[in-house]
Write a protein that binds this ligand. Structure first.
Ligand code: CP
Ligand code: NVA
Length: 311
């Protein structure tokens, strides 16, 4: 695998391998596996978790990172995307890109002769979904057979999570308002994966149908970065899709609540549920760093250096 642009770049086995490596690496702490390697972070949108977890992951593995902010990048404006890709490839070893359009991420990957990680686009957020699956496995000690209910926008986070769940044998239920559902082609891809892994992917009209009996309840913001102009329309459309105590009471008693953060307390999730003992959102945020360490080591070939004979 040269690039990670979509969760569908990985097989179910690839994901399982990544999860066991992340578990091992989480227990190991600092390693010098990526000594001398440099990662460029090209971000067109703000970030707390993705930027910090990737930078710290790189540093704790002995490598370095270079952050290029939205004003500095000018992807496709100051310079064409293929040219940016070809130039950065001369200085660094890997690119993490956060872009408005998935096309931008794809073009960068096509022209860069170094690996590219999608650090969030309008279509997918693979680092988040892989971390989420890692966190679920950590909390529940298994994946296959569990039911994950996603309530809210059929956005980048939902797309990647649906693919990751279906590849790892988790049943996926999603409830979104009309007009805000996951893309049909990604849904079909996930349904194909689920058929192979022994799981299913179902779309529900009402949050209650999705959440009933679920092991994991997941939500994300109603207004993603770049959709600020639609804020009022979206708040109206999602009004009955809040994850609150009443909705959580329909899930299993031991269900966990997940959210990629940042959360808009009182919108997609009520304050009491976000801060409840069922909420694992800060463990989830921490796990970004551990999972990304495993990912970087796979993509930059550091695994055999630090963990001799491990695979
Ligand atoms: N969850 C996540 O990707 O957070 P940031 O937007 O802060 O990176
Ligand atoms: N769907 C959100 C996720 C942020 C991590 C966004 O794209 O803004």
């Amino acid at each position: 695998m040269k690039d990670l642009l979509s969760v569908s770049d990985l097989s179910g086995d690839d994901i399982q391998l990544l999860l066991s490596d992340a578990e091992e690496i989480k227990a190991s702490g600092w390693l010098s596996a990526l000594d001398g390697k440099v990662m460029a972070l090209l971000f067109e949108k703000p970030s707390l978790r993705t930027r910090v977890s990737l930078e710290i992951a790189m540093r704790q593995l002995g490598g370095q990172s270079l952050y290029l902010s939205p004003t500095e990048v000018g992807l496709g404006e100051r310079e064409s995307i293929p040219d940016v890709a070809r130039v950065i490839g001369r200085y660094t070893d890997i690119i993490a890109v956060r872009a408005f359009k998935h096309d931008t991420v794809q073009t960068l990957a096509e022209y860069a002769d170094i690996p590219v990680i999608n650090a969030l686009s309008d279509l997918e957020h693979p680092c988040q979904a892989l971390t989420d699956i890692f966190t679920i496995r950590e909390k529940k000690r298994k994946l296959a057979g569990l039911t994950l209910a996603y309530v809210g926008d059929g956005n980048n986070v939902a797309n990647s999570l649906m693919l990751a769940a279906s590849l790892t044998g988790m049943n996926f239920r999603i409830a979104s308002p009309k007009g805000y559902r996951v893309q049909e082609n990604i849904l079909q891809l996930a349904q194909g994966y689920a058929a192979e892994s022994g799981a299913d992917v179902l779309c529900a009209d009402k949050p209650q149908q999705a959440v009933a009996g679920a092991d994991v309840v997941y939500t994300d913001v109603w207004i993603s970065m770049g959709q600020e102009a639609e804020a009022n329309k979206r708040r109206r459309a999602f009004n009955s899709f809040q994850v609150n105590g009443e909705l959580m009471s329909l899930a299993r008693e031991d269900a966990i609540l997940m959210h990629p953060l940042p959360a808009h307390r009182g919108e997609e999730v009520s304050e009491d549920v976000l801060d409840s003992p069922q909420s694992v959102v800060f463990d989830q945020a921490e796990n970004r760093m551990h999972l990304e360490k495993a990912l970087l080591m796979h993509m930059l070939g550091g695994l055999e250096i630090t963990l001799p004979g491990y695979h």
